[in-house]
Design a protein. Structure first.
Length: 312
């Protein structure tokens, strides 16, 4: 069967993270107009019992380049999702991918009407096998096709993530949440510079999460391997989670659910030079910590100022 090469993905400027809004931010709705450049940070909050829901803007504390920012608006589960499933089809992954394909129906049931999913696979190179689609039955059939592909070759994780990010630059909807879910044993060979990949993800507000499946051949975590790479650093810097899973089917569903239930936090973007990176730190405020003292927050660590926002 033919594949559409992921190399057809081309980068263009999308300001999905920066949204121009009116001065009024209503309790339930955000009115989008020209005027104020906002930064949106998606955050996942988890406690000992699982996901923490029902937080408000007063429960978060946010710093931009070390300076505390006023949170203007915070919402949960109100934004459509563009999700790319990126399957590792190196030789050791075939049994795990079969289990993931079998679990696709249950995992995709966590999505809602209007969400879109694309499907790609990678080893030494990367290929797009299913464009963004909101037909989840069709997406499930595309996932089922992954097990029929040829498994083998190397594992170029970071270059595959970068290529998937390029697809977002061309095809993603800037009003949606952007996420790449990599399904891999995370045992890769050097293929791209992590700092460069992270900057590309920050530019278009793409979070990267990883469902990491141990395999008998995996040497993940062995620091003596020259030229090895994994995806943990990219996930951490973009605000995604990485989960080691011996039961990948169940974890597949939980990770899709977590993507859907992240908080979107908005604040006014400070002045800065176009193309420069800024550091972001998100934590629970004293009020939030008093309610959930054991909670942890996953959120991206930075963003890139686009030209349009810098000229505001």
């Amino acid at each position: 069967m033919g594949h559409t090469g992921i190399t057809v993905f081309s980068r263009h400027k999308l300001l999905g993270v920066f949204i121009c809004v009116a001065t009024a931010l209503a309790a339930q709705d955000v009115l989008f107009r020209t005027g104020i450049a906002l930064v949106r940070v998606d955050a996942q909050v988890s406690g000992a019992a699982g996901g923490v829901n029902g937080l408000t803007k007063e429960d978060f504390e946010l710093r931009d380049n070390g300076e505390v920012q006023r949170v203007l608006y915070c919402s949960q589960d109100d934004q459509a999702l563009d999700l790319l499933l990126l399957f590792d089809n190196s030789g050791s992954m075939l049994p795990a991918v079969r289990r993931l394909a079998a679990a696709a129906h249950t995992a995709l049931s966590e999505l809602r009407k209007g969400d879109r999913v694309a499907v790609a696979n990678f080893n030494g190179d990367a290929w797009l096998i299913g464009e963004f689609s909101d037909d989840l039955d069709a997406v499930e059939k595309t996932v089922a096709r992954v097990v029929d592909l040829r498994f083998g070759g190397g594992t170029h994780i970071l270059s595959a993530i970068d290529s998937a990010g390029e697809y977002f630059h061309k095809r993603a909807d800037p009003q949606r949440r952007h996420a790449i879910l990599v399904l891999t044993d995370d045992d890769g060979q050097y293929s791209a510079n992590e700092k460069s990949v992270v900057k590309h993800m920050w530019t278009d507000d793409i979070l990267v999460s990883g469902l990491i499946i141990p395999t008998p051949m995996s040497q993940r975590g062995m620091a003596w391997r020259d030229g090895a790479e994994d995806m943990v650093g990219v996930a951490a810097k973009t605000g995604g989670e990485t989960v080691d899973a011996d039961d990948p089917g169940h974890t597949f569903r939980e990770m899709v659910r977590n993507l859907r239930r992240r908080y979107s936090i908005y604040y006014a973007m400070p002045a800065g030079k176009a193309g420069s990176s800024r550091r972001v730190d998100v934590a629970l405020s004293p009020q939030g910590r008093s309610r959930y003292p054991d909670a942890t927050v996953l959120a991206r660590k930075g963003y890139v100022i686009p030209k349009a926002a810098a000229s505001q």
